[in-house]
Design a protein around this ligand. Structure first.
Ligand code: BGC
Length: 465
């Protein structure tokens, strides 16, 4: 009956939306946990009376956990499934948030953040994977950018809540309040269906069909998709084996590592984690100014992500990345120069903040989402799980190095030189992008794979012929 079909179509859409919303909630939590430490750190430092070195560890212990979580979740999400992995991530989010809010000393806090990191690592690997397996084909491409958007919204949310709690200086509430979205995720995950692709990979085609029937508009669509999944499963994942025997695959893994190292060494997370400190260096001595400045950083990060969403498929990856690195190099370079000369008027202060925001725009419109997009495009099907596990883990290790060295760099190199180092790195990345990064706009993943395996230069694996 047409009425019934209409109703079931609407409820299938609602189900798909619910599923995407929940996986995106994992992105939000990822962002909340990245952002929360910026506002909490100055209060934690005062309360526990910790050294710069200990502060660096409080920040980067989470990234260490996330690197371990990303390695482990490659295995876990294929053995236990995406749904159970997300559930494990959600449980760790809840425990980690509560534990860090109640930590009696810096050591405990560091361990609690390692645990939280495990959750973030699992979420950062599993949620995009689950999203791409469950979203209808039409919207699969925009899902990764959407996920990045959720991360930036999470970071902004954390900055806002930090600001609200900063009036009482209560860092425990800042960290503890994240338990609420973590609990929401945990409850929601129970209602999620298993990924149809994972079910099929386990040989459970009947359940895969049932899930697809609930998610797609028509049963023909569901059947077609199951056939496609069946077809693609003929290619067995054998990442490590392929890595050992095939030098072309090794080049793709290398490219994934390089891309993530470039993303992190832009210096973006220096600002994400230490924004209030940077405002202090730029001459804003009052905490309220520092906190509101940080909120503006978070807001600009969200807004500029929309530029990337609009540009990736029109301009392509390479020009957008090159422009992004130029803007970032200019932002960091000018900021460093101003710190060198001395920021001694209000006008100079605002100009310095303008440069900081310009850097944020440069990152959010380019390397932020694009590196994740590229990493998901360059791996050959047979080695995809392996390749993406390696690049995601690299993201967290590089992230940890940046977080764990910033205050030491400030103390040893001085403020100006620290920002200059990042400016030079961004300049160098322009060169690397021109020489090594492929353009993958409007080209099928199969074509990229064929070019890679034929031995084409990395920068040419996205070419049409
Ligand atoms: C990066 C994170 C960063 C975030 C900022 C992501 O793409 O991987 O390290 O904190 O963007 O928006």
């Amino acid at each position: 009956m047409p009425g019934n079909t209409q109703k079931s179509r609407t409820s299938n859409k609602a189900m798909t939306l619910f599923v995407c919303f929940l996986a995106a909630l994992a992105g939000l939590l990822f962002g909340l946990d990245i952002g929360v430490i910026a506002g909490a750190l100055p209060f934690i430092a005062k309360d526990f009376n910790v050294t710069a070195h200990q502060q660096e560890w409080i920040v980067s212990s989470m990234m260490f956990g996330a690197a371990v979580g990303a390695i482990g979740s490659g295995w876990m999400s294929s053995r236990l499934g995406r749904k159970k992995s997300l559930m494990a991530g959600a449980i760790l989010f809840v425990i980690g948030s509560l534990w860090s809010a109640m930590s009696p000393n810096p050591e405990m806090l560091i361990w609690a953040r390692v645990l939280l990191g495990l959750a973030v690592g699992i979420a950062s690997y599993t949620a995009p994977l689950y999203l791409s397996e469950i979203a209808p084909e039409k919207i699969r491409g925009s899902m990764i950018s959407l996920y990045q958007l959720m991360i930036t919204i999470g970071i902004l949310g954390a900055y806002l809540s930090d600001t609200a709690f900063s009036f009482t200086g209560n860092w425990r509430w800042m960290l503890g309040v994240i338990t609420i979205p973590a609990l929401l995720l945990l409850i929601g995950v129970f209602f999620l269906p298993n990924s149809p692709r994972w079910l099929a990979a386990k040989g459970n085609f009947r359940d895969a069909q049932r899930v697809l029937d609930r998610l797609r508009d028509t049963s023909e669509q569901a059947k077609r998709e199951l056939d496609e999944i069946r077809e693609s499963l003929k290619i067995k994942q054998s990442g490590w084996g392929l890595f050992k025997e095939n030098s072309n695959f090794r080049r793709a893994v290398f490219l994934g590592i390089l891309l993530q190292v470039m993303q992190q060494f832009t210096g973006m997370n220096v600002i994400m984690y230490y924004a209030p400190k940077i405002f202090e260096i730029a001459g804003f001595s009052n905490t309220t100014e520092q906190m509101w400045g940080t909120v503006i950083v978070g807001l600009v990060n969200v807004l500029a992500t929309f530029i990337a969403i609009g540009l990736v498929d029109r301009w392509g990856r390479k020009p957008t990345l090159i422009l992004g690195f130029m803007v970032m190099a200019a932002g960091m370079g000018i900021l460093g120069t101003m710190l060198h000369i001395g920021i001694d008027s209000q006008g100079a202060q605002y100009f310095a903040i303008g440069m900081l925001l310009m850097f944020i725009v440069g990152f959010a419109m380019s390397a932020g989402p694009l590196i994740w997009v590229l990493c998901s495009e360059i791996q050959p099907l047979k080695g995809r799980d392996f390749g993406i596990t390696v690049s995601t883990t690299t993201n967290w290790i590089a992230n940890m190095i940046v977080g764990a060295t910033f205050l030491t760099m400030l103390n040893t190199l001085g403020n100006a030189s620290t920002f200059w180092v990042y400016a030079l790195l961004n300049l160098f990345f322009i060169l690397l992008t021109v020489m090594l990064i492929p353009e993958t706009k409007n080209i099928s993943l199969e074509h990229i794979e064929r070019n890679l395996m034929k031995g084409k230069k990395l920068r040419d694996i996205g070419s049409q012929n």
